[in-house]
Write a protein that binds this ligand. Structure first.
Ligand code: NAD
Ligand code: TYD
Length: 348
């Protein structure tokens, strides 16, 4: 039985990955390691918590002794590393937290993998989940490919770029078998409502202003989270060692157009008059260092592994809205407490 460590499995993307692996691979033992920061929520995976092949470990990837001890104890065969500080705006106010978790935390996992695998890397794999934000910003045209030079602009993307470099360096220097994927913006169920789409769904429900940064002309390439989980499954099993794959939605939207589409759909769902939610749009001070445009060229993963998104943006957005409307208790629980303080500070 293979033992797979998934880090950050109580977060947004991690919870979808853990569910997919636990339910699909009964021959794997899945260990979900998560510190349960403000973004980690065991409610996200409560449907699988009693599966026999699932184990939860609460702990901090920044704590090297702890990480070494669990690697010694469980002797993992593979690591799928998602745990991270993931929100750009928080990285602007507290960059060091991002260096600790995203850089030092990744280093600890690399060192522990190297320690237990002891140069016998057969059937071992370290899979590092990264972001397209490491490539910096695009102008009006062009796409990020796997060959685009790293050029991160925010403390978040700089910390992810740094961790990507260390993973690559461990591959070159010690032969550690790794794969890295750089994915575009995800959306879907269980997304913490500090990010654009879930924040705006929550605010529309509660008739609160929709704070659009700058002129709203910034562009992102959106991918439904379950399609990302499918890609992660595929790359973990069929990707080539020492390779990077870009993952994207082939789905670019300017923020303001996306917000208007969301408003229209929410008006229908909530039985409000068309135009009601759009009235909540409020242009606010721009994010410093705001990247103009991200867009992924996902040709490599498509050609080599046969992956492509399975749902259109319209379908994915419908499913997402429906999930939030039928999980208002989840929303209430995650928006209470620490998140409220963050919200007041960020948007006051
Ligand atoms: P998230 O913020 O929703 O979840 C992060 C998880 O990591 C949480 O469960 C949190 O408790 C855990 N965690 C944080 N610090 C930890 C620590 N020190 N020790 C152990 N656990 C810790 O993030 P997400 O959006 O699900 O992103 C997951 C990964 O995917 C990240 O590496 C992120 O950089 C990457 N990514 C995200 C997106 C996106 O659109 N969300 C896109 C591309 C790549
Ligand atoms: P976000 O969801 O934070 O993801 P990222 O910064 O990683 O792309 O933001 C997506 C886009 O939405 C980005 O251009 C910033 C913008 N945005 C707003 O206009 N208002 C907001 O309140 C937030 C959170 C984001």
């Amino acid at each position: 039985m293979k033992k797979i460590l998934i880090t950050g499995g109580a977060g947004f993307i991690g919870s979808h990955v853990v569910r997919r692996f636990v339910t699909k691979y009964s021959n794997y033992k899945i260990y979900n390691l998560d510190m349960l920061t403000y973004a980690g929520n065991l409610e996200n995976i409560k449907d699988i918590e009693n599966f026999e092949n699932y184990n939860f470990i609460k702990g901090d990837i920044v704590d090297a002794d702890f990480i070494n001890s669990i690697f010694q104890e469980y002797q993992f065969d593979g690591v799928i590393h998602l745990a991270a500080e993931s929100h750009v705006d928080r990285s602007i106010t507290d960059p060091l937290a991002f260096v600790k978790t995203n850089v030092i935390g990744t280093m600890n996992l690399l060192n522990a993998s190297k320690m237990i695998w002891k140069d016998d890397y057969s059937n071992k794999r370290f899979y590092h989940i990264s972001t397209d934000e490491v490539y910096g910003t695009l102008g009006e045209t062009g796409l990020f490919t796997e060959k685009t030079a790293y050029d991160p602009n925010s403390p978040y993307s700089a910390s992810k770029a740094s961790s990507d470099h260390f993973v690559r360096a461990y591959g070159e220097t010690y032969g550690l078998p790794y794969v890295i994927t750089n994915c575009s913006n995800n959306y879907g169920p269980n997304h913490f409502p500090e990010k654009l789409i879930p924040l705006f769904i929550n605010n529309i429900i509660n008739n609160k202003p929709l704070p659009v940064y700058g002129d709203g002309k910034y562009t992102r390439d959106w991918l439904f989270v379950k399609d990302h989980a499918v890609a992660i499954d595929l790359v973990f099993h069929e990707g080539k060692n020492h390779e990077t794959y870009n993952i994207g939605g082939f789905n670019e939207w300017q923020n303001i157009d996306l917000v208007k589409l969301l408003c229209k759909k929410m008006d229908v769902k909530l039985g409000r008059q068309q135009g009601d939610s759009e009235k909540l749009i409020t242009y606010v001070k721009d994010r410093p260092g705001h990247d103009l445009r991200y867009a992924i060229d996902a040709t490599k993963i498509n050609k080599e592994l046969g992956w492509k998104p399975s749902v259109t943006f319209e379908e994915g957005l419908e499913q997402t809205i429906d999930w939030y409307l039928s999980n208002e208790e989840w929303l209430r629980n995650v928006t209470s407490g620490e998140y409220q303080k963050y919200y007041e500070k960020q948007y006051s």
